[in-house]
Design a protein around this ligand. Structure first.
Ligand code: SF4
Length: 88
């Protein structure tokens, strides 16, 4: 568990996948199958939303393996935010 607190507030992580840039390598799923899945050959976040710009978005209290998955993405299309600041 990697729960982080600042002034007693739980810090919130958010992952975004720019699905238009995904090259379907499945590295993210292999690295972090609890958070990522393939959807018609393109990565998405399990139980996340997909917005009008084809970006998969989900917030988390525990970043778990999400940062590792982002670092394994050859297309650099997975962005991890901590309190709205990109950390990868
Ligand atoms: S690692 Fe990146 S390019 Fe590969 S499937 Fe996941 S999001 Fe797509």
């Amino acid at each position: 568990m990697q729960l982080k607190f600042f002034n007693g507030e739980l810090m919130v992580y958010r992952i975004e996948i720019e699905r238009d840039l995904c090259i379907s390598c499945e590295n993210c799923v292999n690295e972090c199958e609890s958070m990522f899945e393939m959807d018609n050959g393109i990565s998405k976040l399990i139980s996340g939303d997909i917005n009008d710009d084809n970006i998969s978005i989900k917030e988390y209290e525990d970043i778990s393996c999400g940062i590792d998955a982002a670092e394994m993405c050859p297309a650099e299309c997975i962005i991890v935010y901590e309190d709205n600041v990109a950390i990868n």
